[in-house]
Design a protein around this ligand. Sequence first.
Ligand SMILES: O=C(O)CCC(=O)C(=O)O
Ligand SMILES: [Fe+2]
Length: 360
Amino acid sequence: MAPAVTSLTEASNGHETEVASIKRLAASAALSSVPSEYTYTKNPNEQGDANDPEHSIPTIDFALLTSGSPDQRAKVIEELGRACEEWGFFQVTNHGVPERLMKSMIDACHRFFDLPEEEKKEFQTKNLLDPIRCGTSANVAIEKVRLWRDFLKVIAHPEFNSLYKPAGYSEVSLEYSKRTREVATEILKGISESLGLEADYIAKAMNWNRGLQILAANYYPACPQPDKAIGIPPHTDHGLVTLLIQNEMGGLEVKHKDQWVLVNATPGAFIVNIGDQIQILTNDKYKSIWHRAVVNNKATRISIAVPHGPSLDTPALPIPELLEREGQAPKYVGMTYEKFMELQASPAALTKPCLDHLRI
Ligand SMILES: O=C(O)CCC(=O)C(=O)O
Ligand SMILES: [Fe+2]
């Protein structure tokens, strides 16, 4: 039986398009193939070898970054700089955030997605910067292929927002947002230092104390034909740094040397990537890397990405000290973070990468 299509509504050119959550669609007993509007083809020639040890993201030992000896810190900062330059992705271990808290956060999000569709409706607002927003796919009004994914996005900084249901979400998300922000703050300091700048250089320039932090949970139900669908297609993240965790199912792939590499994270580690604002600040020295989420046919995957960005009114520009040192001209014009996020969510971003819109 076809699932009842009642849940999510988006306006498209004045017409209302009704789209079921992927959770509901996937739960339909009759679903044995991917419906045509979800059909997405990947290029098999770009699939990296998962067993190749060259294909694993670098690891940064957070404890050595924050409480190691000066020598240890200098070494980790050098490793961090190399990870940003060569991969744009790395995992962070020994960060001090309890694994129990990470698991509780995933559970709380899982319980949100498990709420009856009717109860999630009140959070289905449409504007990009609404404090709380859930939905399916990414932007059903403009996209050509629907994504095998539902989402929940809650802005946790500069103002903390939360949900009153499911029970416990509010408390756990408050603690989780604080702890991830602390880790992100230290990573940003390390990134500044890896560039030969004062530790607080980027934070000051980007008005970090008023910076945006979003708790972005993704729900990818098992898919009958995982090779014919995509959770999130290739994209780069808009902010400064994103910290990601997932349940026991993998699915994050990173584009490295033209190959898609599946990220195998150490349990309890954060998967961290740098975003477009860092690429702008460093005039392309550190790259905001393309990544995507693939789906599987075994079990639901949940990931929680926490992008941290500048304050919404701050435009990122290539850092003058770096330009001078490298003898380079700036490669980007400035745009406030708010406008940049709007650009990334607009049809213009479907035709060319967002950063290319700002490239001089
Ligand atoms: O689910 C994942 O692993 C990727 C999520 C992601 O890239 C994002 O939310 O921006
Ligand atoms: Fe992402």
